[in-house]
Design a binder for this molecule. Structure first.
Ligand code: T46
Length: 136
């Protein structure tokens, strides 16, 4: 049986009378050293994002507010998941076409990445992506 494309990790939450604190660290939720963090927020109604793959980049996505549906495609099958919790992270490895849909207006999607931004690591054409995965 093929492994699921959706790899969710639990993010430990330390709650007390003051509220919640969630933590992603090496040896816990983070399987790589983080070299970049960015977050997507203030998304306009009806907007979808992504529509690309990465050659090397690994990322952990955590929806810290609101919700978003993320779909992943490996060149053969597609799976999607709704991220709506600050205690669940979605690991996205390289060579996966990703799309983000159905952002709620309050959505804040935090992304931890294992490398700095590099446009040469992106494949932004779906047909080129399919050729890339089938040729390697
Ligand atoms: C991904 C999904 C989940 C930068 O200058 N630095 C950065 O670190 C990033 C991520 C983007 N940019 C620039 C590049 C574009 O001019 O910001 C602009 C928007 O980026 P993009 O259209 O790639 O954004 P999304 O939301 O389609 O994709 C992003 C990440 O780029 C991507 O790595 O996996 O979120």
């Amino acid at each position: 049986m093929n492994a699921s494309l959706i790899q969710l990790v639990d993010i430990p939450q330390r709650g007390d009378a003051r509220g919640q604190l969630s933590v992603a660290e090496i040896g816990g939720a983070l399987p790589f050293v983080v070299r970049r963090v960015y977050w997507i927020h203030g998304t306009n109604p009806g907007v979808s994002r992504g529509f690309h793959a990465h050659k090397q980049l690994r990322q952990l996505c955590v929806c810290v507010a609101g919700s978003v549906r993320l779909s992943l495609f490996d060149g053969k099958s597609e799976e999607s998941v709704v991220l709506d919790s600050s205690t669940k992270g979605l690991l996205i490895g390289p060579r996966l076409w990703r799309e983000m849909h159905e952002f709620t207006p309050d959505c804040v999607l935090m992304v931890f990445a294992d490398a700095e931004y590099e446009e040469a690591d992106y494949i932004r054409d779906r047909e080129e992506f399919i050729k890339h995965v089938h040729s390697s």
